[in-house]
Design a binder for this molecule. Structure first.
Ligand code: NG1
Ligand code: ZN
Length: 528
């Protein structure tokens, strides 16, 4: 390690005085103008992680659904998964080190993590469409090169595309080709095979309106359009040519405001969906004939997918286990439907896909989705081998089901939740089952719910347990929540500090939006 060069280059990416940042649920996120030093330092860290794992490591520059002025960065580990927790700590240490301490902190990390500094390093970099992203990704590259790491810059890609590239590169191409064309070819082949023999009763199944949040999803769907056009025609809105990234549009806006995005022309009963700013989340929705808005969120996506998978598993007659992983934000109706009607085991983890992903790895088939539309399905190696064998060796219906499962395995981006891949899975399932968006929506009725953000002086005073469903500190808060909740039917509420914003999130749901004031018994409030 050339410590002099590090000191010299680090000074060109100097840390603003007094700025302290933490590697949170999705890496570092804040206003773009505060992130130059973090980018440079994450370039350095990616080299160390690459040396330690003897694998390609990814660095993605994005702030997902956050405003255009923000930016962020996260590292992607060898199999396309989120950075290991012990390295999140190293990332926080390095990002907050004072200029003069940089060489020492880097050496400390290398010693603690037993990094062989002689080992080669390779880093792949991607970025979203934010105006600040190009320059910031250049700072990542500066960090990589000063530690003499090799790199490949994929430029503009969705977050899940970068995860896919990392996974491909570390599995000798077994997962797919580590190029953008390789990604389109793999997904489109599986999609077209899945939809090929499906019965379609008209154009309705073949066309879909997509709100791209004025982000990278628009660019990438445009590139992909002709690969999938035999099976699906997509009409893009908020494609970045006019509006601002994530402004009044995108999956996060639609989910949290429970209304359509601006800039989208919706007719009654038309199937529509929204991506978020880096295209790793998706939600569906439609307007009914009375103009009422219906949201189909990550919970209903997980339900549709698990019921399809369960049917296929029945056909192949193998006892492969399937589990669904949710967070506390999952609507109570979805959990009840999955457990009681579909008889699928459901597990709850802390917020943040890394927790869900980890839990989902315990099953032959692990379906995980956050209510906000971030999720995917993981297949164990054993399940994949079994399915491939059945697709070759069995006959008739069993063979057909196994082949379908084979294509489903290819169509899911198992490295990360992926709006494009999830969209194609959903479209294939709806087509195959001949389901309209209304029939899908009618699987169960969501409990009315609200999610609010509350600004407090120090959100860290709130600590939680039981997958964030119970408050531990401050004392008395949980009792106060319990007192309120027990006066309503099918009710649930919890609070937790956000891992990505300086706020506390409050969630509540109950059987009805009409609430009776518990203290007087008289006041009737409609929650807006
Ligand atoms: P925080 O800010 O920790 O609630 C949010 C989302 C997560 C996840 C991360 C990363 C909710 C309630 N929280 O986390 O699900 O997507 O951002 O983007 O939607
Ligand atoms: Zn995102």
């Amino acid at each position: 390690m050339d410590l002099d060069a590090i000191t010299e280059y680090s000074a060109l990416h100097a840390k603003p005085n007094g700025l302290v940042l933490q590697y949170g649920t999705a890496g570092f996120r804040t206003k773009a103008e505060h992130l130059d030093h973090v980018m440079f330092r994450m370039g350095l860290l990616a080299v160390l992680r690459s040396k330690q794992t003897k694998s390609t490591i990814g660095v993605m520059v994005t702030a997902s659904h956050n405003p255009e002025e923000d930016n962020g960065v996260k590292l992607v580990d060898p199999l396309g998964e989120m950075l290991a927790p012990s390295w999140e700590e190293h990332a926080t240490c390095l990002a907050n080190a004072e200029e003069q301490d940089m060489p020492r902190v880097l050496m400390d990390i290398s010693v603690k993590a037993a990094v062989n500094l002689q080992q080669d390093a390779f880093v792949v970099i991607g970025r979203d469409t934010r105006p600040s992203s190009e320059k910031l990704s250049q700072s990542v590259i500066d960090g990589v090169t000063v530690l003499e790491g090799q790199f490949h810059d994929y430029g503009l890609v969705t977050t899940p595309q970068l995860h896919y590239m990392v996974c491909c590169r570390n599995t000798s191409g077994r997962y797919g080709k580590a190029t953008i064309e390789g990604y389109y070819e793999k997904l489109s082949r599986a999609f077209l095979e899945l939809t090929n023999q499906a019965f379609c009763s008209g154009d309705d199944y073949r066309s879909l309106k997509v709100d791209c949040a004025n982000g990278i999803g628009a660019l990438k769907l445009r590139e992909m359009e002709h690969y999938i056009s035999q099976g699906l025609s997509v009409q893009l809105f908020n494609d970045g040519t006019k509006g601002k990234l994530n402004h009044l549009c995108g999956a996060d806006f639609v989910k949290s405001h429970q209304k359509p995005p601006e800039g989208m022309e919706m007719k009654a009963n038309e199937r529509c969906c929204s991506f978020d700013g880096d295209a790793d989340r998706i939600v569906y929705y439609y307007l009914d004939v009375d103009g009422h808005f219906h949201l189909i969120d990550g919970d209903k996506i997980a339900t549709l997918i698990s019921s399809f998978l369960k049917e296929l598993l029945l056909e192949i007659g193998e006892s492969l286990n399937i589990g669904v992983v949710q967070t506390a934000y999952a609507n109570g109706s979805s959990t009840r439907y999955l457990e009681e009607v579909m008889k699928v085991p459901v597990y709850c983890t802390k917020t943040g896909v890394k927790h869900l992903h980890h839990k989902a790895q315990e099953f032959d088939i692990g379906v995980y989705f956050e209510a906000n539309g971030h999720g995917t399905v993981l297949f164990s190696k054993a399940a994949e081998t079994k399915i491939k064998q059945l697709a070759k060796e069995s006959e008739d219906k069993k063979k057909e089901a196994a082949k379908m499962l084979e294509n489903v395995i290819d169509l899911f981006n198992q490295a990360a939740g992926d709006a494009i891949s999830d969209m194609l899975v959903i479209e294939a399932i709806l087509t195959r089952k001949g389901l309209t968006v209304q029939q899908w929506d009618a699987l169960y009725t969501d409990l009315p719910n609200r999610q609010l953000k509350v600004k407090v002086a120090d959100r860290q005073v709130i600590s939680t347990t039981d997958a964030e469903r119970q408050v531990v500190t401050p004392l008395g808060l949980q009792e106060a929540i319990n007192d309120l909740v027990k006066t309503y039917k099918l009710s649930r509420a919890f609070v937790r500090p956000s891992g990505t914003e300086d706020i506390v999130r409050v969630y509540a749901e109950a059987d009805s939006q009409v609430s009776w004031g518990s203290s007087t018994g008289k006041c009737k409030v409609r929650v807006q």
